[in-house]
Design a binder for this molecule. Sequence first.
Ligand code: KIV
Length: 295
Amino acid sequence: MSITTGDFRAKITASTLLEKKQRQEIITCLTAYDYPSARLVDEAGIDIVLVGDSLAQVMLGYENTLPVTMREMLHHTRAVRRGVKRAFLVADMPFASYHLSQRESLRNAARFIKEAGAEAVKIEGGEKRAHLVERMVEAEIPVVGHIGLTPQSVHAMGGYKVQGKTLQAIEQLMHDALALERAGACLVVLEGIPREVAAMITRELEVPTIGIGAGPECDGQVLVFHDLLGLTFAPPAKFVRRYADVGAVIGNALLAFKDDVKSGGYPSDAESYHLPKETLAALEAIAERKHAVPV
Ligand code: KIV
């Protein structure tokens, strides 16, 4: 058993995240979808790794997050689990895995914990999911809420639009956030809402809020790994800050490889395996005998 010491490498849990909010220490969160991205994010000291259903778009090339399945989410979560040692590992429940029956929703949530090693599941929706959150928490499944612009409701919302812009919508968002907290959610993601509204909710909640397109007053910030690194193909949303253009780095490396292969510059002799000297000599002797002209 290891004892949590509060140092940089100490394991992050739901309780340490709550303590961070109480100490007003900003929480960092990034998505990861496979073993290398998980290792890079974890080793950078990011607090929360989220296996987001955004993988449907950035990893699998779907138009939205709706088609990704339980099987695919579990597969990616397992890979991420192998790469994460310190961060709190959250897995997104995919569309329709928690919308149909309570029994099925609980079973699906439990699979993320039991079969894939997630430490919490994230579900979208506020007040209307509060009862389900309560049941999950009762079943020892930590839950992260997600309100505001909830991508799984893209059709119901009529597109990806900033939410919470009217007084009525603001009141509903506040109800949603409080209902999730009362139901036992350990974190609440606020996506695509005005910063003033996110600030109000953050002040009102005891549990940490994690913002994405929700301004700087949230208790923490999350971005999609591929957005931050410039690995996406569509123009990024307003809130995305690109910290690197890894897409261009990869593109240039691929072109250089193609040119080297075509010009015979790759592989070089130094990049080739060689026979031991004696075997080579024997092989040459055989070849010489074969080609010797009989007299
Ligand atoms: O799927 C995802 O990546 C998310 C984050 C954007 C919060 O839900």
